[in-house]
Design a protein around this ligand. Structure first.
Ligand SMILES: [Zn+2]
Length: 753
């Protein structure tokens, strides 16, 4: 038993599940009581069995973008929403979605081999045999290409892996790289390989990362089987997601298209994903030095970096068609503030059957909508407008959400209060990432949600689990001493991207997970109903919890008298980011000095082993000191304004002039800049962005952080000034908003009670 489990059990005995006795933040006492009552009614409605049946229906056949069952699902979702008494429609777009015409991968030379490139159906798994409707294993938005070259192994294919290759004196110029899945988003691997002069890229699933090294392979267990392969997009989404031919505008009928040969986000070299069974002969063909320890996978032979003497032949060609895309959009008009929109979304398209990704998120979302429909019949009316979205085309490139939000950009900038996203969901702990002006709100909501297994609140459970898992004492103390649990910032990888990064709509991505060992089904023909009902949330209790959690968030945001944004958490987080940036710059300076000194001292000559080829690193310019003063000032000003605002908010009577809510809606927009980030104007948020070289992984204060990482010092100084200006704008807005809050007449009395 792990130590934290004992603590969990003790608390479960003494704690009441949830505490709804307090006055909800942003509500008058009377409105709070009414809201709590409606929320409790809402949470009683979702049923695990209905969610299970929805999953069975949506995942019954392959339903990728452009397939017959994708459209069928959209029409079925539409009919369900209408049957709940909710107004809904399908919004159609047309987007570029390449599918394979031909794929070939072979090893030439003395021991030739041709990769099978086929996941075998399993007799025990009924939908795995729907081969005529399945998309083959491929990476979408790989360019067409036919290349023959020696192979080089590049580990995960991150920029730092190439630094190691440089030290080993191995170049990938003119080679086909073989990279393993994991550690970075897959689209980064061909991007970095091409930057280093490679002509092709193979990505394989090593059993160490999601196969037998981690657990029993499917169907005995949940890990990836020997011939399982991971489909997925390799579009350069850190530049811009969505339809490659219509950046920044909705891909509606008649939209002007960029010619294919001018599209920046399609890969520069051909790419193909394979299973480890297919990868084995290629890895065995590699010569050269043994790889460093951290580069070793779990296959039963020695890994070498290469190059190989035998050449590999990679040839892929695609149908570059535009496919119809069906977003299902439901709307419940707000009674008091119809022009303030709370938006909720989950995608409905999958790579194949997609029971986990995305149906385990889409099914609870449909159940949430059904429950809201029931409340409407009982007389509940949301104060603000709710928009429920079932996105199509998420898997290829976040197409459905991006095109819809680009098409409605002006309205969304004006009306959108917040966006709540979910995607795949499973058993375990609540997790959320998002805008820090909503950090306190997320904390407050999940204090009222009961964990299905422990019966304590999901907030309490995740807090204890976080304490148990924190590595450093300082981190454990931070969790214990801080009122709110920290939520990580959003990178990319699901449909919130356009809302937070492009439009500056405060966003949260939420779900449950962490207890089911799994991941071996991801983007394969085995992610289906049989898999989910054997290895994931088999009782559907966390599916029900997701519907309860997301629905409560939507309701509480929609019905609040004063929108429950809170800015002390944001200011505290910004302060943390600024501290991290300074440390990054200091560390980099110290490292460069140390490295130059070691070169001068002759350390690398001393280390030289004539039997092992190692190249000394080049001397480096020592980074200059950056001027962080504007950021320090802005961060302090924001803290001061946020503290004043939050204090006035707590003392306020809950009534609000309409302008105040308008200011709060605008607050996240002020953290964006219409000029966007360096080299990627589509990304406009100055605090959060997916990393240019990490893909899904977030870079906070990205303009400054990436300039430091990429050693562009004058750009770093310029970006510091831009971010500081945005933070000062935010502080000014909060000062203005504070003046609009009127104190509760007997606030000193109620505080004393
Ligand atoms: Zn998904």
């Amino acid at each position: 038993m792990r130590p934290y489990l004992a603590a969990v059990c003790l608390l479960a005995l003494s704690a009441h599940a949830v505490d709804s006795g307090h006055i909800l933040r942003g509500y008058t006492p009377q409105d709070s009581a009414t809201e709590v009552n409606w929320e409790q009614k809402f949470r009683a409605i979702p049923e695990a069995d209905r969610i299970r049946e929805t999953m069975r229906r949506l995942s019954a056949r392959p339903h990728h973008l452009g397939s017959p069952y994708d459209k069928d699902n959209a029409e079925w979702l539409l009919a369900q929403l209408k049957s709940y008494g909710i107004d809904a429609k399908i919004e159609q777009f047309s987007t570029l979605f390449p599918t394979p015409k031909s794929r070939k991968l072979e090893l030439l030379g003395a021991q030739p081999f041709t990769a099978k490139l086929q996941e075998p159906p399993l007799s025990i798994d009924p939908t795995s045999g729907q081969t005529s409707e399945q998309l083959p294993t491929y990476n979408a938005y790989s360019r067409d290409g036919d290349v023959t070259a020696p192979l080089v192994y590049v580990n995960y294919g991150r920029p730092e892996d190439y630094d190691v290759l440089d030290r080993m004196g191995v170049s990938v110029k003119g080679a086909i790289v073989i990279a393993r899945y994991g550690a970075s988003w897959r689209g980064i691997k061909p991007k970095v390989a091409a930057e280093h002069g490679a002509v092709g890229c193979i990505i394989y699933s090593d059993p160490r990362d999601d196969g037998y090294f981690r657990g029993n392979p499917y169907p005995e267990g949940p890990m990836r089987p020997a011939e399982g392969a991971q489909r997925g997009s390799v579009m350069d989404m850190p530049v811009y997601p969505g339809d490659p031919q219509t950046p920044g505008v909705g891909a509606v009928a008649g939209a002007k298209l960029i010619p294919l040969d001018q599209v920046q986000t399609i890969t520069k070299i051909p790419v193909l994903p394979i299973s480890w069974t297919d990868a084995e002969p290629f890895l065995k063909a590699l010569g050269g030095a043994t790889v460093p320890e951290a580069w070793r996978g779990a296959l039963p032979f020695t890994y070498h970096v290469g190059p190989s003497t035998a050449k590999a032949h990679l040839a892929v060609a695609f149908n570059w068609d535009r496919k119809p895309l069906y977003d299902v959009i439901a709307r419940i008009p707000g009674a008091k503030y119809p022009d303030e929109w709370v938006v909720r979304g989950n995608h409905h398209d999958a790579w194949v059957n997609g029971a986990e990704d995305p149906v385990s998120g889409a099914s609870p979302q449909l159940e949430e909508a059904r429950a809201l429909g029931e409340l409407l019949k009982q007389g509940w009316k949301p104060q603000r407008t709710l928009i429920y979205c079932f996105w199509d085309g998420e898997e290829p490139a976040l197409l459905g959400s991006t095109e819809w939000a680009e098409a409605h950009a002006d309205e969304l900038k004006q009306h959108a209060v917040a966006y709540f996203n979910s995607d795949g969901n499973s058993r375990g702990y609540f997790r959320a990432e998002g805008s820090h002006s909503l950090e306190n709100f997320v904390n407050e909501v999940v204090k009222d949600i009961q964990d299905p297994e422990t019966k304590m609140s999901v907030w309490k459970r995740v807090r204890l689990v976080d304490i148990a898992n924190a590595a450093a004492q300082q981190d454990k103390d931070d969790i214990r001493n801080r009122a709110d649990l920290r939520i990580p910032a959003l990178g990319s990888g699901s449909d919130y991207t356009v809302f937070v990064d492009h439009l500056g709509v405060a966003s949260v991505n939420l779900g449950y997970g962490g207890e089911d060992e799994g991941g071996g089904q991801y983007h394969s023909i085995y992610d289906d109903f049989y898999y989910y009902t054997h290895f994931m949330d088999t009782t559907f209790s966390y599916e029900r919890a997701l519907a309860q959690t997301a629905g409560t968030m939507v309701m509480r945001m929609a019905d609040a008298d004063i929108l429950p944004f809170q800015f002390s958490d944001l200011a505290d987080t910004v302060h943390l980011y600024v501290t991290q940036l300074k440390k990054l710059a200091d560390d980099q300076r110290a490292e460069a000095k140390e490295r130059n000194l070691e070169i001068e001292e002759g350390v690398y000559q001393a280390l030289h082993d004539p039997k092992k080829h190692m190249v000394p690193p080049p001397a480096e310019a020592v980074p200059p000191y950056l001027n962080f003063a504007p950021l320090d000032q802005a961060s302090d000003d924001l803290t001061e304004a946020a503290t004043a605002f939050d204090g006035a908010y707590t003392a306020a009577d809950g009534s609000a002039p309409e302008a105040l809510n308008g200011d709060l809606i605008r607050s996240e927009r002020l953290l964006t800049d219409a000029r966007g980030l360096p080299n990627r104007p589509w990304f406009q948020h100055l605090l959060y962005a997916p990393g240019f070289y990490t893909g899904y992984g977030v870079k906070t204060i990205p303009g400054v952080r990436e300039a430091i990482e990429q050693k562009q010092w004058s750009q770093a100084d310029e970006q510091i000034r831009r971010v500081s200006a945005a933070l000062e704008r935010q502080a000014a807005l909060l000062k203005q908003a504070t003046k609009q809050l009127s104190p509760r007449p007997e606030s000193h009395l109620s505080e004393a009670q």
